[in-house]
Design a binder for this molecule. Structure first.
Ligand code: PGA
Length: 262
C-alpha cells in the first residue's frame, strides 16, 4: 500500500485526478469505479479540467459504488433538492466529460427487485472485464461504499441498512440543506460489497480533514476487522494508493507506514 500525504484538500484532488488520468491514458477503455460524497468532488473538478485539456473519457466504463434505496434522479427538482447519487454523478462529473451514457452504471435505487438487480450489477461488472481502478472515500464508521460495520469481506452488491453515524453525517452534509427531516432521509442503500471492491485491480482511497483522522489510522494501521470495513485494504491483493491531507493523516503512526509527503 502506498500512502501519499499532501498538505491540503486541493492537492489531494489534483494528485488523485492525475492518478486517474494516468490510468485512462494507459488504458483508454478502463473500467472505473466512481464514488460519491464530499471527498471526491475536488477530484472530479480536476478531471473536468483535464478533460477540457483533452483527456478522453469516450471509451471509459463507469460503475458507481452505491445509491440510496428508494431514491432516483429527479430532474424536475433543482440539484440542491435531489440527493440521489445518480444526480450527484451527473452534476459533479458526467455532464462535463465525454463519457457515453450507455457506459454509465449506477445501482438502481428504484428497482422493484433489489435482489435481482444486485445480481445483474455484479454480472455487468464481470462482463465489462472487472474494475481496473476503484475510487474510494471512507466513512467515519470505517465504511467503504455503504459497507457498514459487520459487513463480511466476502460481501457482494446488496441492500445494506445505514448506521446512525452514516445517517448523521450524510444528513448534516447533504439532506439537511435539501430541506429533508432526519426521518425522511433513506435508511437503506444498495452498495457494492467489500468482496466486489477487493476484486478491483487497483484502488485509490481519499480522505481529508481531521474528522477522518481516527478512522484512517484504524483502517490503515489497526486490526483488520469487519467492524471497520475499510481495514480490508490491509489484505487487498491489488495496487492500493491512499491519498490523504495532513489533517486526515494526523493520527497515523509514522513508524508503521512508508508515506511520501509532498
Ligand atoms: P464523504 O463520505 O466523502 O462525504 O466524507 C465518505 C464516505 O462515506 O465514504
Amino acid at each position: 500500500m502506498k500512502v501519499i500525504i499532501k498538505k491540503e484538500y486541493e492537492q489531494i484532488s489534483t494528485c488523485a485526478a492525475e492518478y486517474i488520468a494516468e490510468q485512462i491514458k494507459r488504458k483508454p477503455n478502463s473500467v472505473i469505479g466512481f464514488a460519491t460524497g464530499g471527498t471526491p468532488i475536488g477530484t472530479y473538478r480536476e478531471l473536468i479540467r483535464l478533460h477540457k485539456e483533452g483527456l478522453d473519457f469516450s471509451n471509459i466504463i463507469a460503475f458507481n459504488l452505491d445509491e440510496y434505496l428508494g431514491v432516483g434522479m429527479d430532474l424536475s427538482k433543482p440539484y440542491s433538492q435531489d440527493q440521489s447519487y445518480h444526480r450527484f454523478m451527473y452534476e459533479e462529473l458526467f455532464n462535463y466529460i465525454n463519457i457515453k451514457k450507455e457506459n454509465i452504471h449506477l445501482p438502481d435505487g428504484l428497482t422493484k427487485d433489489p435482489e435481482e438487480f444486485c445480481k445483474s450489477y455484479e454480472d455487468a461488472i464481470k462482463e465489462a472485464g472487472g474494475i481496473d481502478l476503484q475510487i474510494l472515500g471512507i466513512g467515519r464508521d470505517g465504511h467503504w461504499a455503504f459497507n457498514e460495520p459487520g459487513s463480511s469481506f466476502d460481501s457482494r452488491t446488496r441492500v445494506e441498512k445505514l448506521t446512525k453515524q452514516t445517517l448523521d453525517d450524510n444528513y448534516e452534509a447533504f439532506y439537511k440543506n435539501a430541506g429533508f427531516s432526519r426521518e425522511e432521509m433513506p435508511h437503506y442503500a444498495i452498495t457494492m460489497g467489500i468482496g466486489t471492491i477487493l476484486e478491483a485491480r487497483s484502488i485509490i482511497m481519499l480522505a481529508n480533514g481531521s474528522k477522518k483522522a481516527e478512522v484512517v489510522s484504524k483502517a490503515l494501521q489497526g486490526p483488520v476487522t469487519n467492524q471497520i470495513t475499510a481495514s480490508s485494504i490491509q489484505i487487498y491483493q491489488g495496487t492500493a494508493t491512499v491519498i490523504l491531507d495532513e489533517d486526515a493523516a494526523a493520527m497515523l503512526d509514522e513508524g508503521k507506514i512508508v508515506a511520501s509527503v509532498s
